[in-house]
Design a protein around this ligand. Sequence first.
Ligand code: SAJ
Length: 433
Amino acid sequence: MPTIKTICVMGMGYIGLPTAAVIANCGLKVIGVDVDPEVLEALRSGDFQTKEPGLREQAMSALATGNLVPRESPEPADAFIIAVPTPAVAPAEEGGDKRADLEHVIAACEAVAPHLRPGDLVVLESTCPPGTTQRTVAPILERSGLQAGEDFKLAYTPERALPGRIVEEIIHNDRVIGGVDPASAEAGKQLYSLFVQGEILLTDATTAEMVKLMENTYRDAIIAVANEFSRLADRLGVDVWEAIALANRHPRVDILRPGPGVGGHCISIDPWFLVEASPDTTQLIRTIRRVNDGQPEEAKRLIERALGDLATRKVAGLGLAYKAGVDDLRESPALEVGRLLVRAGARLRTFDPYAAQAQVEGAVAAASLADSLEGAEAVVLLVDHPEFLDLDPQQVARMMPGRVAVDLRGAWDRERWKAAGFKLHVLGGGGRA
Ligand code: SAJ
């Protein structure tokens, strides 16, 4: 394969932008394509905010050198990376299975096809049901008159970077690259070797797609086990946090943390792509999803046990992001708990220092911690942001009249909250306030 000099990255989102910036900072010419004019304008003016460590620096440096050029549509290039979202379509009926929405992947392929030249490489990074590269992407690109594998190279590589560590992990994680044929996988390796410092492992495209879905399904499963243990512990009057800490002293056991649910654009969605691929052999995966999706309701019940009838009760909700340390609200269980509280009639004031604009419909988005606690009868820890872990309960007690605290993350020091006069209710705490 000829040397890659120009790369077109389709999608300037969570993965596309950091990938484009890192490659541009290796000295290659990168065309960063997005269909959203606001995204392009933010890149052109340098006026974009992100809490992702290192991303702003990478992007600004790539833009300043002129190596990263934002564009509304693709241009001819030696390689194309497709990193557009693949949302899940909500099921038609309540409790049904979700499916992958490939609309953006299809649109990106249709946009790339007219620019494909013999010898080019196309790599799909978007998370997709197994078989998408072969069955959906290849035929669209072949409308160019070129054959995948023969005239141009086509590969799939899953992004595996953890939000909050995306830039670091894009560079240092091992990479799985699957080609529609071995030469396509090799071409993918040539491209990603430019910036990946982890090991690059080659396979076929469908295996690579499956690997990504298996990783996130596995994590969903082990969180579901923790969540089910916490329900069990509450029923049995056992403190799940103590039980988990003790069980984890076993050399081959590592139980994760229960919580108000599993959010984010990845783990809460990807397992459905496996169910979609084979609905009759994936009963366990479907159940895992239902357990984790049921956690916001569990959280609401705990708050109800702590406060009684929620109608007109004043509640402060701390955190709305899908997990600690990020501003990402996608599929956030904290938002869902907030919705359930509002629906039950609670007067909710939320505060998230990472996502200041975030709002639950029917609730107040407070501008500060003090503002959220004003008049509160109960304070609920929804997200274990570091700022909330360090809270001094004595100080909280001075800012709110109520003395009820609910910890949905098993993160607050019980003795300290008790000493400050609070009755602390902990998810999975077995009712031992
Ligand atoms: N969570 C718990 N308990 C835990 C750990 C997490 O309730 O013990 C919750 C979090 O609060 C959050 C959700 O699970 O709501 C997911 O958070 P996460 O940190 O487990 O994962 P993500 O979604 O931020 O990133 C995952 C990662 N995948 C795996 O760890 C297998 C990341 O490497 C992937 O790149 C990313 O999905 C992705 O893009 O697919």
